[in-house]
Design a protein. Structure first.
Length: 647
């Protein structure tokens, strides 16, 4: 095992000892009861149980009335508007049949919302996107709170859906859980052509019709978008954490292999319940080693910056305290091994065909960069994830991958990396701490020192571009009041095409923001997730037009080059919208979320982080919380007074 990675893992375990210990004590108590008492539904009162199977088919009803066969919950994010989730329409009957053949009974326990950041980019709905992660976690808890189940099948793919399902499932950590992927759509219009058309539209060189035609040829069928954004980063992390079946991540929808893997997930869910010899509760599976493995995979693949938020929140749900410092330290030793758009021109189908997750995991294991001795839904040890799934005479079989990458322009071994360090860096200085994705940025753009242009709304920057106010000058665009406490921390990916135009014209430009960009963000250098945010009194609220900012993503620094004695005389400019102003598109329903949201470094969630400061009273310039603000300090604290059934 790589010495530094082992040291970081040990440090996380030491830091997390109290919260992780309390979490494990709770789920082991629940797990022991499950193993001793048989299927969960057997302990319900007759009226309770009758409500639970009233609508079941007669054969399933007979099973549910008995107390011998395990019950499996299906929690689904199906909707037919989003391409990534449309394939889930057929999964429940397929899974129910597979579970029945394996000796169990499955029911759809509940659904969770699945919104698409691609649809809501630049729209008011995007301000609900990050909040939806915690809504999904709570919806998952509601689905499982009926106490009818012995295992869970989680159907989710995209940005906030997988982290939300993950967090919700960990609050039922004594239950085994398997994520069942849907796979990517087939390759469409090459990503570089799509990006070129977007830039041409931003410059006014093509019209809406040509742009829409390009977008429709890119996003053209069921399955995830094929670029390596948050959705596909989610899928890669679920496989390397052992929550997918081996080799199942990037198999296309509606293929024979995809159906076979879906059925296999149903069978496996029965096999790993507490009522068999391979009991595999998700709360035991997701340990410090698994979290570090996820971080390593994220860095090695240049994955989505959104996971600098999500992984912190996901780890906290298992009682594990992960920090940005851990990611920064890991980035120093984990090499960049893939070139998938926006980090390159290939898509995830090309990555899969070059060897995909199996070659990547195998190489990282061989280099000592992943913990091999971990629990997975396929059994003990990550070596199973070197194996590829295939159909032989109609039967699903797994076999070890022989050889390495078949395309070194897409996937490389650690001995010949694209870069010696990971694709995500942390930067810090007198503006705070932020995340910088470097894997898609040209080396000559990794350092910029230029005057600030300050905006409190992304639409103002877009207007400035359209009117030519940004032409012919170097600048750092400062977009503030975009954090979780201000407006939900929307992605600002809509800014990428116009700023890319300016970059291509030879101007030196960058972004500094307390908001998010996107897993799809590319060549524009950026410091994002700046913490503390402007709405919590972060120093970004003190920046004025013309102030010089230096962003050095290589050295890991972010500095406002204004004398400290001048800064102390300044007062914050601008303010986030009040609750009375923040209305429309349902946003008013989430005003409480704004008041409860934690810092980006704490995962930007509403459940609280063990040992964390109340976000509105932490570091910063001291904007007060709005009247009536409250902070849910115990919701994610394992072992807290109201723990159990995710209360």
């Amino acid at each position: 095992m790589n010495t530094l990675i082992q040291e970081i893992t040990d440090r996380i375990a030491e830091r997390s000892a109290a919260s992780r210990g309390a979490y494990l004590a709770r789920i082991r108590r629940d797990g022991a009861a499950a193993r001793a008492k048989g299927p969960a539904r057997a302990h319900l009162g007759c009226a309770n149980l009758a409500h639970g199977f009233a609508a079941a088919p007669s054969d399933d009803k007979r099973i549910l009335m008995g107390a011998a066969k395990p019950g499996v919950a299906i929690v689904t994010s199906y909707n037919d508007m989003l391409s990534a989730h449309q394939p889930y329409e057929t999964y429940p009957p397929e899974l129910k049949a597979a579970v029945r053949r394996a000796g169990g009974v499955a029911q759809v326990a509940g659904g969770v919302p699945a919104m698409c950041d691609g649809v809501t980019q630049g729209r008011a709905g995007m301000e609900l996107s990050l909040y939806s992660r915690d809504v999904i976690a709570m919806a998952t808890a509601i689905a499982l709170s009926h106490d009818m189940f012995d295992a869970t099948l989680l159907l989710g793919v995209c940005d906030k859906i997988v982290p939300g399902l993950f967090i919700g499932a960990l609050h039922f950590g004594h239950l085994p859980a398997i994520f069942v992927p849907a796979g990517p759509m087939g390759s469409g219009l090459p990503n570089k052509v799509k990006a070129r058309t977007r830039q041409a539209f931003a410059e006014g060189k093509v019209g809406r019709g040509e742009l829409l035609d390009a977008e429709a040829k890119s996003y053209h069928s069921p399955g995830t978008c094929t670029f390596y954004g948050t959705a596909n980063s989610n899928q890669a992390l679920m496989e390397v954490m052992g929550l997918h079946l081996p080799g199942s991540t990037f198999v296309n929808p509606h293929t024979e292999l995809r159906h076979a893997l879906t059925a296999a997930a149903g069978r496996r869910a029965v096999e790993i319940t507490a009522h068999g010899p391979e009991y595999t509760p998700i709360g035991e599976l997701v340990d410090e080693k698994a979290i570090v493995n996820a971080c390593v995979a994220l860095l090695a693949t240049g994955g989505s910056t959104n996971h600098t938020l999500h992984l912190v929140a996901m780890a906290a749900a298992a009682g594990i305290v992960l920090t940005w410092d851990d990611l920064a330290c890991l980035s120093k030793v984990v090499p960049s091994l893939t070139k998938i758009y926006p980090n390159g021109q290939a898509d995830v189908n090309h990555f899969r065909d070059a060897g995909g997750m199996q070659v990547l995991i195998g190489d990282l294991l061989d280099e000592g960069l992943l913990h091999a001795d971990v629990l997975t839904v396929a059994g003990r040890g990550l070596d199973r994830y070197r194996e590829t799934a295939d159909l032989v005479d109609g039967e699903l079989v797994w076999s070890p991958v022989t050889g390495g990458s078949s395309d070194l322009d897409v996937l490389r071994p650690a001995a010949r990396p694209f870069a010696a360090d990971g694709g995500i860096h942390m930067v810090e200085g007198n503006l705070g701490r932020a995340v910088s994705k470097v894997s898609a940025v040209k080396p000559e753009h990794l350092v910029i020192e230029a005057p600030a242009k300050v905006f409190d709304d992304q639409l103002d920057l877009l207007k400035a571009f359209e009117t030519g106010e940004l032409d012919g000058q170097d600048f750092v665009a400062v977009i503030r009041y975009q954090g979780p406490s201000a407006n939900g921390m929307p992605e600002l990916h809509k800014l990428t095409p116009p700023l890319s135009v300016l970059l291509d014209r030879g101007q030196r430009v960058a972004i500094v923001t307390d908001g998010r960009m996107s897993g799809a963000s590319g060549k524009v250098p950026a410091a994002i997730h700046l913490s503390p945010e402007a709405a919590d009194g972060g120093p970004i609220a003190l920046v004025r037009d013309g102030d010089v900012i230096r962003l050095d993503s290589t050295a890991g620094t972010l500095e406002l080059l204004v004398p400290a004695e001048e800064l102390v005389t300044r007062t914050p400019e601008g303010r986030p919208l009040s609750d009375a102003q923040w209305v429309g598109t349902g946003r008013e329903l989430f005003a409480t979320f704004r008041r409860m949201a934690g810092h980006a470094e704490q995962g930007a969630g509403i459940f609280g982080v063990s040992g964390a400061e109340s976000p509105h009273h932490g570091p910063g310039l001291g904007f007060p919380a709005e009247a009536g603000a409250s902070h849910l300090e115990t919701g994610a604290l394992p072992g807290a007074q109201h723990a159990g059934l995710a209360r």
